[in-house]
Design a protein around this ligand. Structure first.
Ligand code: SME
Length: 163
């Protein structure tokens, strides 16, 4: 087996191993989505070495802006992000995953910390509507694979169940 395959397989196994913990958090906090999301942020940041900041943003009422929800990592000034601005604001409009291997190569990017090298944002759908997103910042360059996308889609589907 090639070394690359070995790492890819390990990554998939790590995510599969975390899924039962996520399901358990959702089931035991089904009446308190804020606590569930907070726990998920903390588990992901602790268990996944390339996840340095993990947070949820949600559409702020009827406004065309995102508001920061639960997160784990350094506090950020960017608690409100207008639609279209930064990676998060673009995902609010595109409804698609946005993987950024190198944040410095992005024009429409909102820097939260100088240590951040890469980012992934995955939209969260409730009844087919893009209501928010999970945002991961990494201090590692180009760390995200399709396995991260599938895992974060799973997380958002679980959260949507109790929203
Ligand atoms: N970098 C994001 C802003 C949010 S912070 O990463 C917490 C963006 O460009 O939308």
């Amino acid at each position: 087996m090639q070394l690359f395959d070995f790492y890819a397989l390990n990554r998939i196994q790590m995510f599969e191993g975390l899924k039962p913990q996520i399901v358990e958090i959702i089931e035991s906090n089904s009446k308190d989505v804020q606590t569930a999301m907070q726990s998920i942020c903390e588990v992901l940041r602790k268990e996944i070495s390339h996840y340095d900041w993990v947070g949820f943003y949600f559409k702020n009422g009827d406004k065309r802006e995102l508001k920061l929800g639960p997160y784990a990592g350094e506090p950020t000034d960017h608690t409100i992000i207008p639609f279209g601005k930064g990676i998060c604001g673009q995902v609010a409009e595109s409804n698609e995953n946005f993987v950024v291997p190198d944040v410095q190569a992005q024009d429409n990017y909102i820097a939260c910390s100088i240590t951040v090298k890469s980012e992934i944002v995955v939209p969260l759908f409730k009844n087919g509507e893009n209501v928010g997103q999970i945002d991961i910042d990494s201090n590692t360059p180009d760390p995200f694979t399709e396995a991260d996308e599938r895992f974060l889609e799973f997380i958002n589907q679980e959260v949507a169940k109790i929203l």
